[in-house]
Structure formats: structure tokens, C-alpha cells
Design a protein around this ligand. Structure first.
Ligand SMILES: *[C@@H]1O[C@H](CO)[C@@H](O)[C@H](O)[C@H]1NC(C)=O
Ligand SMILES: *[C@@H]1O[C@H](CO)[C@@H](O)[C@H](O)[C@H]1NC(C)=O
Ligand SMILES: *[C@@H]1O[C@H](CO)[C@@H](O)[C@H](O)[C@H]1NC(C)=O
Ligand SMILES: *[C@@H]1O[C@H](CO)[C@@H](O)[C@H](O)[C@H]1NC(C)=O
Ligand SMILES: *[C@@H]1O[C@H](CO)[C@@H](O)[C@H](O)[C@H]1NC(C)=O
Ligand SMILES: *[C@@H]1O[C@H](CO)[C@@H](O)[C@H](O)[C@H]1NC(C)=O
Ligand SMILES: *[C@@H]1O[C@H](CO)[C@@H](O)[C@H](O)[C@H]1NC(C)=O
Ligand SMILES: *[C@@H]1O[C@H](CO)[C@@H](O)[C@H](O)[C@H]1NC(C)=O
Ligand SMILES: *[C@@H]1O[C@H](CO)[C@@H](O)[C@H](O)[C@H]1NC(C)=O
Ligand SMILES: *[C@@H]1O[C@H](CO)[C@@H](O)[C@H](O)[C@H]1NC(C)=O
Ligand SMILES: *[C@@H]1O[C@H](CO)[C@@H](O)[C@H](O)[C@H]1NC(C)=O
Length: 772
């Protein structure tokens, strides 16, 4: 039925033309336009799940095809799956796309798509394919034939075609990696900057023959015979979703990994490899990759530092100046050799000869050309020049490498971007001062004016002092909080337009500061308190630094406006994840639980002065793009409650997560956070809210009570439904949670204890009834 409709639709493009003037246009006819700033800004597929057109991004608009985010769910992100004019910056708001009378698609007067014959109509299809039709209603151009970094369910990557990664998740220009379906049948990933040589590849399928890469509609990523579609190999082995409404996509991500995703989720169903360091050129030349907490970390080899201080992945260069060479010999006063064990690189040496280890070292030291040498167990010394390609620490080798260092520093100066605000305003202030003085002299007789001027001057001086007080005095950037003006933040958030959420302190808005996404929190309902207290509190928060805490980047305090600027967490809150259909799996939940515990432990025991969070709940736990859990809103409790150890006003804490002693107006301690954590842990285990009125049996309404009864009855499986979980870790997590939610704060473990128990480093005894 629906296909009939589509056919009719195309047979009578002019007949249905009026419909295209609505906001959800599906086809573009000759001489029709779409504008970046006037509706329709995009062509939508009949189901509305794909769109072609202008997608707002940063200050401009991207042009291409995207999966439309579900505006009703928290996962409202649009996912770009095909980008037109990839290497042009985003277009401005006056941009238009037009299907000209000559049958070409143009963007701002320049050709965007030039099909082999004139097109008469173009349409966005439900498969995600943007198709242009010629006179005979034949498809003359399809976006499926020109993939950028993604193929969609139903799409094939045929021989000689390739995917090119984006530069970064937010930069849609061509990035560093390339996945090529070679004509020899091998699917190979290369760093794209180089001319492909098999030795440069970092991943391949090892297939041969006539082969296509095919992501089928059920999400299976297969290598198929190009003629009869026989499956040669399925990459995401054993996977076969059977949800006809799900959109699958396979993307070569900016980090060089190939991943399969569904819908607009950014959590992969499958990835080609699990260690980014496996990507050979990930760190660039003279640099090697190590994994820390599953994150890649680039390290310069000794004697070098980053080529570009703001680009970790761009490789390293010498940090010393080479001296003049006389008679082919280096002046050894200016050089020294360092040793590195168990590394390897893939370069061709310019010299090799048998000699002793000591001779090898000295030979490189004295050789003007030598930057590095390798000495292996066969007593051969090989010498190399920079750059060293694909340095890797993983290969277990019985060899020693020497790297040349120099004592003469290069005259390169380290420039940190954005000097603190103070500098800029000081010069302004000086001008102002001069102006005011002139004004004062000129209008000496005019007392009224002079008084007015003096008044301004005084205010400015006070402001200036304040700026100095919050002084940043060029310390390391990480530890410095920036002071923003209200105007700056208003501009950054486009007038507080896009609200990300509302918390107990006020609303949070999305903003962009120097091209980086930030979250701006506008504080409301603060207790009366002075400027000084607010600033000293900011400084306490600014000094916290832990990977499971959301970073405070800066703040604004102007008049009665108090705003905090935080790093932006792209994956929303834990509540969004846990209580929606697209849940983290068991391993991820175990990891998240531990991350949250580590964050709280840091607040309690590891930072300068203990900080009681007072409002631990899934809404205050945010997830970054890698789904690392980070705690938000810490350190703010004091601003609402002048004395934390005193009793609670009911401004803080959230029902369901608040410890019993707090409800009874008894003094509170760090243990209130342990209680709240226990509830959160139960919610993480069971993926449901502590209080859930939608359950069928009344004893299940309150999770904490039900969990204990399941625990005593030995029916742990009931809590997690039929999801596959590891029984041992389930039991451990549940036991920890039951200890945390003990009514008596003394019985609750400290956060240190919680972390040790979760890590399985201490034994856990059987918890008593929490409510007893
Ligand atoms: C269509 O656009 C008009 C104005 O351009 C707007 O008022 C209306 O709400 C839009 N409808 C939808 C469904 O977006
Ligand atoms: C979003 O929710 C509104 C009302 O809650 C509903 O009318 C609309 O159809 C929903 N949209 C989608 C895309 O589900
Ligand atoms: C769009 O606006 C920019 C300035 O904002 C201008 O330079 C450019 O010429 C305009 N383009 C068109 C097609 O009007
Ligand atoms: C498909 O074609 C290949 C050669 O291209 C052949 O080797 C293979 O047997 C064929 N498979 C089937 C099922 O016909
Ligand atoms: C796929 O299934 C086979 C047989 O059931 C099993 O041996 C193999 O380990 C599975 N592979 C993966 C990646 O789960
Ligand atoms: C993907 O989205 C569609 C439509 O919103 C939905 O029916 C489907 O269940 C989603 N798939 C998954 C795996 O959540
Ligand atoms: C990555 O996968 C390998 C096997 O494919 C496994 O041994 C290793 O533990 C995995 N590493 C991580 C960090 O998951
Ligand atoms: C160059 O970097 C190394 C560390 O890789 C350091 O030990 C050395 O002092 C630096 N050399 C100069 C001249 O700064
Ligand atoms: C260093 O990297 C930054 C960020 O990618 C870039 O904007 C800048 O132009 C680079 N600087 C140089 C000298 O290449
Ligand atoms: C490594 O080389 C040394 C000689 O340089 C030799 O004594 C040692 O046995 C070798 N070890 C291995 C594991 O080959
Ligand atoms: C570094 O020194 C060289 C030669 O002494 C000079 O040409 C160059 O301009 C200097 N660079 C900087 C950044 O001072």
C-alpha cells in the first residue's frame, strides 16, 4: 500500500506539488528551493525519519542527510549520515539549495550535485537514500552510491568505494582515516593522508575475490560475493536484529574504528576492534599510543614534544635545535642518548651493521643524521632518521632502542590560548581612567557631571579589584576558572535559548564558547550571601579535578546573576539512560556504578576539604560521549544551606534518595551521600526507579524493600528480569547497595569501603534488613 503511494507520488509530482510547500516537503521539483532559514529547510522522507537539507551546526548549517532525532525522547540528537561539500565550512543562514531548470542541484549558486543527465525531481526516501530522477523516471543519481563516512541498513559499499572518517565528532570535514573496499576483495582501513600501502593498513578483513560490504536491514554487516550475494563473512558475527523499524548504520568514526549503531544511538552495537591504540597512525609520527582507562593517550618519544600544542594526535618533533655538523661528526657536547625498551617502529633504517651495544649508542650520538638507533639480540645496530612511523610499545621484543636528545632548546615559545579576562579589561580600564580624568578636568566646573564620573570610576575600581581577587595570574589553564561576563554567556547560549534541563538550582542551557560546547547553569533560589562567599565556593569547586566529576570551567557573578559554566556532557543524564528503552548493558552498568562511587569517594576523601554532595541521584549523574559517568552539581549544597552540619531546610535533597536521618532533622554527615548512592546503585542494577507505581504487584513498588526480600529469598534474578547478567557481580552490587541504604548511618560503609567492595577487593558480609 505504502509503496503504491510512493509510486503515485512520483508519477504526479506536479499534482502533489502543493503539499511540498508545507514544512515536511518530500520532493524537490524543478526551480524549487530549500532555504537554511525559511521553512521548508529540509526534505523529509515519507516516514519523517530521514531528512535532506540544512541542519544547524554551531554558527552555521551543514548540508546533507541525517537521521531525525526523536524530539520526544532525550535522545533527540540528529545523526548526520551523509555530508555534502564535506570540506567546506558550514554554510551561513542565507544559503539555499535549488534544483535548477537545467536539472542540477546547486548550493548558493555552486554545483552541489551534477547528475549525468538532467534531473526533473529529487526525493528523500525512507531508506535514507537521496535520489534524483531523470526524464524517464529512472534514478540517475543516488547518495547511496557516494557514501561519506556511513553506510545505512540496506546500503552496499562496492569495490573501489571508500568511507572517509570525519575530523572529529563535531567537525564534519574529512578526517584522518579511510576504509576502502579494495578491488582485490579485501576491506582495509588506512590512515587517509598517505597513499595506501598494505604496510600502512591498521585493520583488514583478509577477504578476496569480488566482494561488497553490505549492511543489511537487520543490522548484519557482511562481506558478500559481488555477483550472487553469497555471504563470505559476517563481521558482527552472530548479530541479527529483527526490528523492521530500526535504522542501522555502519560508520568509520573519527578515531578510525568501524562501528555499527542503531537509530540515533551513539552507543555502538559492534566495533571492529576495542583498542584505539590498534590504529597504527593514531598518534602521528614520533609518538606512541598507550591506553589508560580505555582512552587512548599519545606520548612523544624522548627528546620530542608535540608539533601543535593543541593537537595531541598530530605527532611530535624535536624539542632541541640541531647543531652545525663538522666533517660529518656531531658535536657531542650538545647531545645525549636516552634508552627505551620494548618499542618498535616501522621505518627503513638508513644504516645497519653488527657492533656492540655501547658502540651502537655512540655511533648514533656522533652521527649528524641519526635520530634513533635500535640494537637487537642479533647484535645488529640499525640507525634511523626522523620521522619515526608507527612507534608502538606493544610488541614484545628483545631489543633496546636509543633516542637522541639535545641540550639546546628550540626557541619555540609556548603560547596558551585565551589569557585570562583580566588582561583585556585592564587595558580597557586604563583607557577609561584616562577618559574619566580628561572628562573630570574639562568639566571641572560642572560639579554634577564630575560627581557622576567619579561614581562610575568608583564602581569600576571595585569591579577591577574583584577581578584581581579572582586572579588567575597565568597558572596552568586546567586549574583556572574563568570569569565570564553576563553578556558573554548570553551570547554563548544565544539568549538562553536551548534549555538542557532543570535542576534544583535552576535551568541549564546549552552554549558554545570558542567553538566548544558548554552547559551554562543559571542559579536561582540561592540563600542570601555575599560575593566573597560565592567566589570562595567557586574556588573550592574549581580545585576539584577528577574524571568522574563534571568540570567547572568558569562562572559569572554580575549583580544578582550567578551562572556557572560546565563542560558539556553529550550523552545526557544517567536517568535518561536507565529509565528509557535504550539501556546500558550489564557491563556498562557495572562500570558506571563504580565510576559514580569513585567520584563520590573523591569528593569525600580525596579533595582538599570534604564535600558532601547532598543530592546524589541519577539526574545529577551525567554521561559524556564515551558514557563515562560524571557527577554534577557538587559543591553547591553550601550555597543553599549555609551550615551543612546543621539541619536541613527542604530546599535540597530529593525524595526517594534522602537518608532517613536527614528527614528527621538530625545532623547530617558524609553518610547521607552513601545512602543516596545505595539507592542509585539499586536503580542501576534494576534499571528502574526506586519508586515505581506502574508495577503490577504492590510489594514491588518500593525497590529498596523489594530488593531486600529478593535478596533474602535468594531470588536475585527477579530484579533484573531476563537480561543476561553475571550472577556474581549482581550479588556483589546488590549486597553493597543493601549495606549503603542501612537506616543507621553508622552501619553504612564509607565510600572507600564501597569502592573496595565493588572492585571485589574485600569480602562482604551479609547485610541486615535496611529498614530495621
Ligand atoms: C509549519 O511552518 C509554519 C510557519 O512556517 C509554522 O507556523 C508551523 O507550526 C509549521 N508546522 C509544523 C508541523 O512544523
Ligand atoms: C510527541 O509527543 C506529542 C504529545 O506528547 C505527540 O503529539 C507527538 O506525536 C509526539 N511526537 C513523536 C514524534 O512521537
Ligand atoms: C550570505 O551572507 C554573507 C554574510 O553574512 C555574505 O557574505 C554572502 O554573500 C551571502 N550569500 C548570499 C548567497 O547572499
Ligand atoms: C557465487 O559466485 C562465486 C564466484 O563468483 C562462486 O564461487 C560461488 O560458488 C557462488 N555461490 C553460489 C551460492 O552460487
Ligand atoms: C558466535 O556463535 C558461535 C556458535 O554459536 C560461537 O562459537 C561464537 O563464539 C560466537 N561469536 C561471538 C562473537 O559471540
Ligand atoms: C528505532 O526507532 C524506531 C522508531 O522510533 C523504533 O520503532 C525502534 O524500536 C528503535 N529501535 C531500537 C533498537 O530501539
Ligand atoms: C579487547 O578484545 C580482546 C580480544 O578480542 C580482549 O582480549 C581484550 O580484553 C579486550 N580489551 C578490552 C579493553 O575490552
Ligand atoms: C626535551 O624533552 C625531554 C623529554 O622528552 C626532556 O627531558 C628534555 O629536557 C627536553 N629538552 C629540552 C632542551 O628542553
Ligand atoms: C593547531 O591545532 C589547532 C586545533 O586543531 C588548529 O586550529 C591550529 O591551526 C593548529 N596550529 C598550527 C600551527 O597548525
Ligand atoms: C635477549 O638478548 C640478550 C642478549 O642481548 C640475551 O642474553 C637474552 O637471553 C635474550 N632474551 C630473550 C628472551 O631472547
Ligand atoms: C628561532 O631562531 C631562529 C634562528 O636563530 C630564527 O630565525 C627564528 O626566527 C627564531 N624563532 C622564533 C620564534 O623566535
Amino acid at each position: 500500500m505504502s509503496s503504491l503511494f510512493v509510486v503515485l507520488f512520483f508519477l504526479f509530482p506536479y499534482f502533489v506539488s502543493p503539499a511540498t510547500s508545507s514544512n515536511t516537503s518530500r520532493v524537490i521539483n524543478l526551480n524549487e528551493r530549500i532555504h537554511a532559514n525559511i521553512k521548508p529547510t529540509a526534505l523529509y522522507s515519507p516516514s519523517g525519519r530521514f531528512a535532506f537539507g540544512f541542519l544547524p551546526e554551531g554558527d552555521g548549517f551543514l548540508v546533507g542527510i541525517w537521521i531525525v532525532g526523536d524530539t520526544n525522547s532525550t535522545n533527540s540528537q540528529n545523526i548526520m549520515v551523509w555530508t555534502a561539500n564535506q570540506d567546506h565550512p558550514p554554510v551561513s543562514s542565507n544559503a539555499t539549495i535549488e534544483l535548477t531548470g537545467k536539472g542540477k542541484l546547486i548550493l548558493n549558486g555552486e554545483i552541489l550535485i551534477d547528475p549525468p543527465e538532467p534531473a526533473i525531481v529529487a526525493s528523500m526516501q525512507d531508506s535514507g537514500n537521496f535520489v534524483m530522477y531523470g526524464e524517464n523516471w529512472n534514478a540517475i543519481w543516488e547518495s547511496f552510491n557516494f557514501p561519506t563516512d556511513t553506510i545505512l541498513g540496506g546500503q552496499k559499499l562496492s569495490a573501489e568505494k571508500e568511507l572517509l572518517s570525519k575530523a572529529s565528532p563535531s567537525d564534519f570535514s574529512t578526517g584522518r582515516f579511510c576504509l576502502k573496499m579494495q578491488s582485490d576483495g579485501n576491506l582495509v582501513a588506512y590512515p587517509s593522508k598517505i597513499i595506501p600501502k598494505s604496510t600502512d593498513s591498521y585493520w583488514s578483513t583478509g577477504t578476496s575475490g569480488s566482494v561488497d560490504l553490505h549492511l543489511d536491514k537487520n543490522g548484519a554487516l557482511k562481506l558478500e560475493d559481488g555477483f550472487n550475494s553469497t555471504v563470505i563473512k559476517q563481521l558482527n558475527e552472530n548479530y541479527s536484529g529483527d526490528m523492521p523499524t530500526t535504522i542501522y548504520r555502519a560508520t568509520l568514526d573519527p578515531d578510525g574504528n568501524l562501528r555499527v549503531y542503531f537509530n540515533t544511538s551513539t552507543n555502538p552495537l559492534w566495533e571492529a576492534f576495542n583498542d584505539t591504540c590498534a590504529v597504527k597512525s593514531f598518534c602521528g609520527y614520533n609518538s606512541y599510543c598507550t591506553s589508560s582507562d580505555n582512552q587512548p593517550l599519545c606520548n612523544c618519544v624522548p627528546g620530542t614534544d608535540l608539533i601543535n600544542y593543541s593537537e595531541n594526535y598530530n605527532g611530535c618533533q624535536r624539542n632541541f635545535t640541531k647543531q652545525k655538523c663538522t666533517d660529518g661528526k656531531a658535536d657531542t657536547r650538545f647531545y645525549y642518548m636516552t634508552t627505551m625498551e620494548k618499542v618498535k617502529w616501522e621505518d627503513v633504517p638508513y644504516f645497519n651493521a653488527p657492533m656492540s651495544e655501547e658502540d651502537c649508542k655512540n655511533s648514533c650520538l656522533e652521527d649528524c643524521d641519526c635520530d634513533a638507533a635500535e640494537y637487537d639480540s642479533t647484535t645488529i645496530c640499525t640507525k634511523y632518521k626522523f620521522p619515526l612511523k608507527y612507534v608502538s610499545p606493544y610488541i614484545q621484543r628483545n631489543s633496546t632502542t636509543f633516542l637522541k636528545g639535545g641540550t639546546k632548546r628550540t626557541n619555540r615559545t609556548i603560547i596558551f590560548i585565551e589569557p585570562p579576562l583580566v588582561l583585556a579589561t585592564t587595558s580597557k580600564k586604563t583607557w577609561l581612567l584616562i577618559l574619566l580624568l580628561t572628562l573630570f578636568l574639562v568639566t571641572y566646573s560642572c560639579v554634577a557631571l564630575a560627581t557622576f564620573g567619579l561614581f562610575i570610576f568608583k564602581i569600576r575600581v571595585i569591579e577591577y579589584k574583584k577581578l584581581l581577587e579572582s586572579g588567575t595570574s597565568g597558572l596552568a589553564k586546567e586549574l583556572t576558572l574563568r570569569l565570564y561576563s553576563y553578556k558573554e554567556l548570553k551570547e554563548a547560549t544565544k539568549g538562553f535559548k536551548e534549555e538542557l534541563g532543570k535542576g534544583s538550582f535552576g535551568a541549564v542551557y546549552k552554549g558554545t564558547i570558542s567553538e566548544k560546547l558548554v552547559a551554562v547553569k543559571r542559579l536561582q533560589k540561592l540563600v542570601e550571601e555575599g560575593e566573597r562567599e560565592f567566589q570562595s565556593e567557586m574556588r573550592v569547586i574549581g580545585k576539584t579535578h577528577h574524571k568522574n566529576l563534571v568540570r567547572l570551567l568558569g562562572y559569572c557573578t554580575e549583580g544578582c546573576n550567578r551562572l556557572l559554566v560546565y563542560e558539556y556532557m553529550s550523552s545526557g543524564s544517567l536517568a535518561d539512560r536507565l529509565f528509557q528503552s535504550e539501556r546500558p548493558n550489564w557491563q556498562e552498568r557495572v562500570r558506571i556504578a563504580l565510576e559514580v562511587a569513585r567520584g563520590i569517594l573523591y569528593l569525600h576523601e580525596e579533595c582538599e576539604a570534604p564535600i558532601i554532595h547532598c543530592d546524589i541521584k541519577p539526574q545529577n549523574i551525567l554521561l559524556d560521549e564515551f558514557w563515562t559517568a560524571k557527577i554534577a552539581d557538587f559543591g553547591l549544597a553550601k550555597l543553599l544551606m549555609p551550615d551543612q552540619t546543621r539541619t536541613m531546610t527542604d530546599t535540597r535533597g530529593t525524595r526517594g534518595y534522602v537518608a532517613p536521618e536527614w528527614q528527621k532533622n538530625m545532623p547530617i554527615s558524609l553518610k547521607v551521600d552513601v545512602y543516596s548512592y545505595g539507592i542509585v546503585l539499586l536503580e542501576i542494577i534494576c534499571c528502574r526507579r526506586n519508586i515505581d507505581l506502574s508495577v503490577s504487584r504492590p510489594e514491588e513498588i518500593q525497590l529498596s524493600g523489594w530488593a531486600y526480600s529478593c535478596f533474602t529469598a535468594g531470588e536475585l534474578g527477579k530484579l533484573v528480569g531476563n537480561e543476561g547478567v553475571e550472577k556474581k557481580s549482581l550479588e556483589r552490587m546488590l549486597t553493597v547497595a543493601l549495606w549503603c541504604i542501612q537506616a543507621d548511618p553508622i552501619l553504612r560503609p564509607s565510600m572507600k569501603g564501597v569502592v573496595l567492595m565493588l572492585e571485589g577487593l574485600t569480602n562482604i558480609s551479609c547485610p541486615p534488613n535496611p529498614t530495621a
